[in-house]
Design a protein around this ligand. Structure first.
Ligand code: SF4
Length: 307
């Protein structure tokens, strides 16, 4: 397998089964702990919580994502109905005509939200391609994510889990929308924390300054990008990422980041098909992070037109 050559980790990479995914995360943690000792990074303590979070992300099921999506819209409908019913039946603030008009508005809003949720949920459940999915993404990002957040608050679902569900939803929609591009139209955005903190090379202006020494994931990622003929860039933050997208005008995007940055990034570039890959953060946020190179290869193969 081509991708095995790129990966210095001798552990087999499996991303679908939750137990194996968790085992992989902890194996990776052990590897990084010993790497930190040899690299003089003893002062940076690996964060078990973040490793557990990555394992949780790979274990997040499609059923949970669809349930959260539909549940959040039904909850929205219930809130709208309550808002309509309170003045209508309670204080009699509305005339019968105004009450009927308010009911029509409430029903209309609920109907739109339900349609926006049912179409992607159906496409995901049946794994069917729908050409309208991509065009609807912007509106879905704008409407559905706030509803999912609202449902998360009411149902006491952790914010991080709602974000992970949103990223999974976005990725599954990118998959079923089956949008393709040429390799030169695909851009991979990498966060600056993926570069080893002790590396003397400055990559934010020119990623090719990396000498591919093998001390962090940047080298294998560049090898992968070269193999497929796609461009990869390192960005220091969301503002530069948006600027880079405006400058390079890619047709499709692969973004690597933590769940918080990925969520905001996906919403920012709603007009583009984007596949989000979570980074691994065994040393805590924003330092010596890593990414599963196999997942990046999977995303590249999802987008590019086969020769
Ligand atoms: S692989 Fe590249 S970015 Fe990473 S430490 Fe080596 S030279 Fe620096």
């Amino acid at each position: 397998m081509m991708n095995k050559r790129q990966n210095n980790n001798p552990e087999p990479r499996v991303s679908t089964a939750s137990e194996e995914g968790q085992a992989k995360q902890y194996t990776e943690l052990g590897r990084l702990k010993s790497a930190s000792r040899s690299a003089g990074l003893e002062e940076i303590r690996p964060h078990d919580r973040l490793v557990r979070q990555a394992a949780e992300a790979s274990a997040l099921s499609k059923t949970f994502v669809i349930s959260l999506l539909l549940g959040s819209v039904l909850l929205f409908g219930a809130i709208l109905l309550a808002l309509w019913a309170l003045p209508y039946f309670g204080a009699s603030l509305l005339t019968p005509e105004a009450g009927r008009l308010a009911l029509a508005v409430v029903s209309g809003l609920f109907g739109i939200a339900l349609l926006l949720a049912v179409i992607p949920a159906g496409a995901l459940a049946l794994n069917k391609s729908l050409p309208c999915i991509h065009r609807m993404r912007g509106v879905m990002n704008f409407v559905l994510f706030p509803l999912m957040r609202l449902a998360g608050i009411i149902l006491r679902i952790p914010k991080s889990k709602v974000r992970l569900a949103f990223i999974r939803l976005n990725n599954d929609l990118a998959r079923v929308s089956r949008i393709k591009c040429r390799p030169d139209e695909l851009l991979i955005l990498l966060p600056h924390c993926i570069q080893k903190s002790t590396c003397p090379h400055r990559l934010t202006h020119n990623i090719q300054a990396c000498v591919r020494c093998g001390a962090c994931t940047v080298g294998p990622l560049l090898n992968l990008a070269d193999r497929y003929g796609v461009e990869a860039v390192i960005v220091p933050g969301g503002t530069v990422a948006r600027q880079m997208v405006r400058e390079k005008r890619p047709k499709c995007l692969i973004a690597v980041a933590c769940h918080r940055d990925l969520t905001s990034g996906i919403r920012d570039v709603a007009a583009l098909p984007v596949f989000g890959v979570l980074n691994e953060r065994p040393f805590g946020p924003c330092i010596n992070t890593s990414v599963d190179v196999d997942k990046i290869e999977e995303a590249i193969r999802l987008f590019i037109i086969k020769a």
